[in-house]
Design a protein around this ligand. Structure first.
Ligand code: BGC
Length: 301
């Protein structure tokens, strides 16, 4: 009993001095003794204090969130035919018009970056940058450049833009960024983009499985991109291209068993096919709207 009294007195002093409920509760939990009643009483006080501490913490988080300045993301889409840019708010809603200029010829890194600089100069202030690049990206470095210039291979795109624009930059495959802007985050969702090249990205419950390059996978007598990208469209014409697209959609359904397929990219305006409700065409704007998703992990930290 003496031990308990001593502990209670020590706690009282500590608790009186402290405005921190969690600290008070921690002190209380060290006040166990032989007297059950006193102990139960102390446990009750401890639990109450812990609840209060939790309430304060949550209120504190709420205050922090309300006071935090909303971040503006500059979203960039590098395409084989056009370069696009716009600013997004923290929820991924557009804050500006989408600007577009043709991709310079030849699309070497210096020429393309200079064109991006010009677009950026027309944008308001931003805090961070998301870039969709038309090829494989590993840790911010370009690995493939099927529809750009070979000098892109090995180019540290993320670091180069950070140096140029003095803002944090994240770079991902263009179809993956477009997918982030379109998906619901449930089940197996796939996006196929129809533009200069054929892009593809696969998501399970909203998580990207990075690195899918279906466009370069053998299909029929060539690759998917040979038939459905810009070259295929030119070679086969709109009608046959649509027939090939129908076949490709059926093939991907059988291969990936997606719950939902999204078709994006500039050439979706030429699609004349009717699909089931789990195949939808998404607007080209989605290519940029997914930009904030590249920063989601940071916001949840
Ligand atoms: C590239 C993909 C890209 C797609 C659309 C393909 O040639 O390999 O990475 O997503 O074009 O730009």
């Amino acid at each position: 009993m003496d031990k308990l009294r001593e502990a209670s007195a020590a706690f009282k002093t500590k608790a009186e001095r402290s405005s921190d409920y969690a600290l008070r509760a921690a002190a209380l939990s060290r006040c166990g003794g032989d007297d059950d009643k006193v102990f139960d009483g102390l446990s009750l006080v401890r639990d109450t204090l812990l609840r209060l501490a939790d309430g304060e913490r949550q209120a504190g988080n709420g205050r922090a969130m309300n006071n935090a300045k909303p971040l503006v993301t500059l979203a960039v889409d590098i395409g084989g035919t056009g370069l696009k840019m716009l600013c997004l708010d923290q929820e991924g809603k557009p804050l500006t018009e989408r600007l577009r200029v043709p991709t310079p010829e030849p699309p070497t890194p210096p020429r393309l970056l200079a064109a991006l600089d010009k677009l950026r100069a027309q944008m308001p202030a931003f805090d961070r940058v998301s870039v969709g690049y038309p090829g494989v990206i590993k840790r911010g470095v370009v690995r493939t450049a099927a529809n750009l210039h070979p000098r892109w291979i090995g180019f540290p795109l993320q670091a180069a833009l950070e140096k140029r624009w003095k803002k944090p930059v994240r770079v991902a495959n263009d179809a993956a960024v477009q997918g982030f802007g379109a998906i619901q985050g449930r089940g197996v969702e796939m996006i196929i983009t129809l533009g200069t090249g054929m892009g593809s990205a696969l998501f399970t419950d909203g998580r990207l499985c990075p690195g899918l390059e279906l466009g370069h996978h053998p299909w029929l007598k060539k690759t998917y991109e040979d038939y459905l990208g810009r070259r295929g469209l030119k070679k086969y014409g709109v009608k046959k291209w649509n027939k090939l697209l129908r076949k490709a959609v059926a093939q991907t359904a059988a291969t990936f068993n997606w719950d939902h397929l999204y078709l994006g990219g500039g050439n979706t305006k030429l699609v004349t096919l009717q699909f089931r409700p789990n195949v939808t065409i998404v607007s080209n704007l989605e290519g940029l709207l997914g930009g904030v998703a590249l920063w989601r992990d940071e916001e949840s930290q």
